[in-house]
Write a protein that binds this ligand. Structure first.
Ligand code: PRE
Length: 427
């Protein structure tokens, strides 16, 4: 197993260790060498040895994104400051939202296509505005989360989570904002797996109240519906409400909530409703058949902000640290790891386990009893302390003794914005 030493014995090293240089190992391959000894690898279509060369010699995607945006100047749709999600205007007011074409008006712009895997190649920087990748299309909750995290950023839609990771790795975007868990639907496992596969750092979190609406074409009534489509998380978050509304119809999963709304509108589907935000209704010309249909009015999704470099951990405000670890003797290590935090009075805010995909099964032979097949796991833990705190450094030093693999995913400020739950649904 690949073993990593904890990268943060003290805050100074945390910084030093984060620095890295790009090394060209072949004409089409580069490697990022980090000062703390482990490496991340990547590919490009040809680049110079420094970042500027590398960026400017590979201008394909950002130019594509930019030319789409130049075709659709800010304010073209009048939607740039729409902030209808959850009624929380402060959350997204300054985000440069992507303009969307209005029905029957050819002078209005088309929405840019979300980035897909085939679009990805390194690109030059355009201007100083922070470019924030999210998964989905305009009107998705992830876009609102990107706006809450980076109010002056430029939101870049991506068609898959992995594309958002790669967009940051390839300097097409500066940050990615991705969902990791919802208070009703639970963890977004895909992003836990991708956090490990990629070398980005968690630099912040945002918690977004998620207020779902049932959307259909104008004139459609509930009785006409034979199908409800949405992101699987949104379907899970509205399961009971749909039943209460008498909608015992087929439920189908699609890539994102706003994409579901767009699909209903684009295909003129009069038998299908989408679960999505009020902003998606506005963007795609749908009516709201039911408002606030999440099973719990306090429905919240937690997103993480990802960057190529970690931030400097501090102690002047509440911080959280996310780690992932494994042990080749399996789950027996978990108790010891938890005690390293308990003894230091460090609260855990989240624990998640995922299959250890490079070694999913451990076979234990017992001559008298037979062969046991134990499943192997990676454990993800968030704890409430900053890596600038000695108690957190000591806890991790101890955890390292018990584990064969340990990585700090990031140490970052806790989202402490005032609580503003979604409006309760009126039954
Ligand atoms: O589909 C969207 O609108 C998303 O932003 C994705 C997503 C998710 O993955 O959980 C984000 C927030 C809600 O929990 C529902 C869906």
């Amino acid at each position: 197993m690949h073993t990593l030493t904890p990268p943060y014995p003290n805050p100074i090293n945390y910084l030093n260790r984060a620095s890295h240089s790009v090394i060209r190992v072949s004409p089409t391959r580069f490697r990022v060498k980090c000062s703390y000894g482990f490496e991340t690898a990547g590919f490009s279509q040809g680049f110079g040895v420094n970042r500027v060369d590398w960026q400017s010699s590979n201008a394909i995607l950002a130019s594509k994104v930019m030319s789409q945006q130049e075709d659709f100047p800010a304010g073209g749709s009048g939607d740039n400051n729409v902030a209808a999600v959850n009624g929380n205007n402060a959350a997204v007011t300054n985000l440069n939202l992507v303009p969307v074409k209005q029905e029957g008006n050819n002078s209005k712009p088309l929405p840019p296509k979300p980035l897909s895997i085939s679009d990805l190649s390194p690109a030059p920087m355009h201007g100083s505005q922070l470019r924030v990748a999210y998964q989905g299309v305009p009107g998705a909750y992830s876009e609102a989360a990107a706006g809450k995290a980076y109010p002056n950023g430029e939101a870049i839609p991506c068609d898959q989570f992995e594309v958002a990771f790669q967009a940051v790795e390839l300097w097409i975007a500066d940050r990615a904002v991705l969902p990791v868990e919802n208070s009703l639907g639970g963890s977004i496992h895909r992003n836990y797996d991708l956090l490990l596969r990629h070398r980005l750092h968690i630099v912040g979190e945002v918690q977004l109240p998620v207020h779902h609406c049932l959307l259909a074409l104008p004139g459609v009534r509930k009785e006409f519906l034979t199908r409800v489509i949405s992101h699987p998380q949104a379907l899970a978050q509205c399961e009971h409400s749909l039943t209460k509304l008498g909608l015992n119809v087929a439920r189908e999963a699609v890539d994102d909530t706003a994409g579901a709304a767009e699909f209903v509108a684009a295909n003129g589907l009069r038998d299908t409703a989408a679960i999505a935000s009020a902003r998606a209704a506005q963007l795609y010309g749908l009516q709201v058949l039911a408002d606030g249909i999440q099973d719990d009015p306090n429905n919240v999704t937690r997103f993480v902000m990802l960057a190529r470099e970690p931030i400097i951990p501090r102690t002047d405000r509440p911080f959280k640290t996310s780690i992932v670890f494994a042990h080749d003797k399996g789950t027996s290590v978990l108790f010891k790891v938890l005690s390293a935090f308990a003894f230091r009075n460090i609260s855990l805010t989240k624990i998640e386990s995922r299959p250890h995909r490079s070694r999913p099964i451990r076979v234990v032979d017992d001559e008298s009893e037979g062969t046991a097949k134990h499943f192997e796991y990676l454990f993800y833990i968030d704890f409430q302390a900053s890596m600038a705190e000695v108690r957190a450094q000591n806890a991790l030093a101890e955890v390292q003794e018990f584990t064969t693999f340990l990585r700090v995913l990031g140490s970052y400020p806790i989202d402490m914005t005032p609580w503003s739950p979604s409006c309760p649904r009126e039954d």
